[in-house]
Design a protein around this ligand. Structure first.
Ligand code: CA
Length: 222
């Protein structure tokens, strides 16, 4: 699996959300540490994180207060998670110099895309994915196979990137729904429709790469 590519701290009191985020981060070789309530700033900084994912509403206080304390000590990119799409929250976040925020419920893959974007800016992650002459540049929404552009929708692009990042692994339809669409999505048909569209576009320019794994789902492999 290679070396960890970055350290991320996750501060989120809802356990299922926290566990899902930690699992997604670890699956992509990030070193991830979770806190269920406001930690002391020193405990966060002791982990030397590259990025913090910080819930705004925590049992013992406000995530923005912690962000302010952290930022007094060092520059740290933060992605805020907020349950409310409140303008006041956005402004408070942005005044702190936050890199980003996400409104719950969000798709895990959306969060992961933002994590990658933040760390890519810091030079920690390669710019494009490339496997078997399939190239995906998520930041610019561009995909190609064997040098020819694939006209993918944004969902198809995210789905393809996710399959490529987990190449060789059998991924269930539930897993794809959770990661690409959102943790409350349940319609397998959504996955099937997008997989067949993606195959159609990919296979005009080479052999099958997205294989059906009977009883499970799909696997990206040559
Ligand atoms: Ca919360």
């Amino acid at each position: 699996m290679g070396e960890p590519i970055g350290r991320v701290v996750v501060i989120e009191d809802e356990q299922p959300v926290r566990d899902a985020i930690l699992a997604a981060l670890r699956a992509e070789r990030f070193t991830a540490t979770g806190f269920e309530d406001l930690p002391r700033p020193a405990d966060v900084l002791a982990l030397a994180p590259d990025l913090a994912i910080l819930d705004v509403l925590l049992p013992s206080g406000n995530g923005f207060a912690l962000a302010r304390l952290l930022r007094e000590r060092r520059e740290l990119p933060i992605i805020f998670l907020t349950a409310r799409d409140a303008v006041a929250d956005r402004v408070a976040g942005l005044e702190l110099g936050a890199d980003d925020y996400l409104v719950k419920p969000f798709a895990l893959e959306e969060l992961m895309a933002r994590v990658r974007a933040v760390l890519r800016r810091r030079g920690a992650i390669p710019q494009v994915l490339e496997v078997e002459r399939v190239l995906v540049d998520e930041e610019h929404g561009f995909a190609a196979r064997a040098g020819r552009e694939l006209a993918l929708t944004s969902t198809e692009l995210r789905l393809l990137a996710f399959l490529m990042r987990h190449r060789g692994q059998a991924l269930s339809k539930d897993q794809l729904l959770t990661q690409v669409w959102g943790y409350d999505a349940y319609d397998h048909n959504l996955v099937e429709v997008h997989i067949s569209a993606l195959r159609r576009k990919l296979e005009t320019n080479g052999p099958r790469l997205i294989h059906t794994v009977r009883g499970i789902g799909y696997r990206f492999s040559p």
